[in-house]
Write a protein that binds this ligand. Structure first.
Ligand SMILES: [Fe+2]
Ligand SMILES: [Fe+2]
Length: 203
């Protein structure tokens, strides 16, 4: 199996994004240990290292990779190229590093999230948002919110669900404030986790 060093040695990220990537690896390991203790932490780390692997590629390279591998682009991908890096990083995770479907899927969905995320997908999605080096106010607020929920909620899965809902709300509000389109998967994910949270807290 590919090890972390193989990924690290082919990485071409800027210093800031490299630091962010290491932050995601750390946060993802922590989230996994608390919420999904049966997850293999080595695999969690590999998914974290891969998640933004192609983030700094020019748009043309993303499009070239998608066409080479027959990845269909959604309308949203065409409008918002930022969404492509999860897809192209997942392609490289599979084809160049031979990583498992579970890891590739976590890389693929890390930007938008989706309803009913797997444990792998959940920890990478959320770690990307709340890792300690992210310093924009919305990420800081979400990180603090998660910590507060973890202190307050006896059931830690409720703390996790609340933070997931808040993360989607934050993204959606931000996109609205910038008059940008919202990926439908993100809206579905928000509704899915809101419903799950209300069922869980009612029970
Ligand atoms: Fe990303
Ligand atoms: Fe990221």
């Amino acid at each position: 199996m590919t090890d972390a060093n193989a990924i690290l040695s082919s990485m071409t990220l800027s210093e800031k994004r490299f630091k962010h990537t290491l932050g995601v690896a750390e946060a993802a390991r922590e989230l996994a240990s608390v919420h999904f203790p049966s997850l293999d932490l080595k695999s969690v780390e590999l998914a974290a290292l891969m998640h933004d692997f192609t983030k700094e590629y020019p748009v043309e390279r993303h499009l070239e990779l998608c066409s080479l591998f027959g990845i269909e682009l959604s309308e949203e991908d065409i409008i918002n190229h930022k969404l492509l890096h999860g897809k192209t990083a997942a392609l490289i995770a599979r084809d160049s590093f031979g990583l498992s479907d579970e890891i590739c899927s976590a890389v693929y969905w890390h930007t938008t999230g989706r309803p009913a995320m797997s444990p792998f997908e959940t920890v990478i999605y959320l770690a990307d948002y709340i890792e300690e080096f992210r310093d924009d106010p919305s990420c800081i607020r979400l990180r603090e919110y998660y910590k507060k929920c973890m202190e307050k909620e006896r059931d830690k899965s409720v703390a996790l669900l609340k933070t997931l809902v808040r993360s989607f709300d934050t993204t959606i509000k931000h996109l609205i404030s910038e008059e940008r389109t919202i990926c439908e998967t993100t809206i579905s994910a928000r509704n899915y986790y809101l419903k799950l949270l209300s069922e869980r807290t009612k029970a």
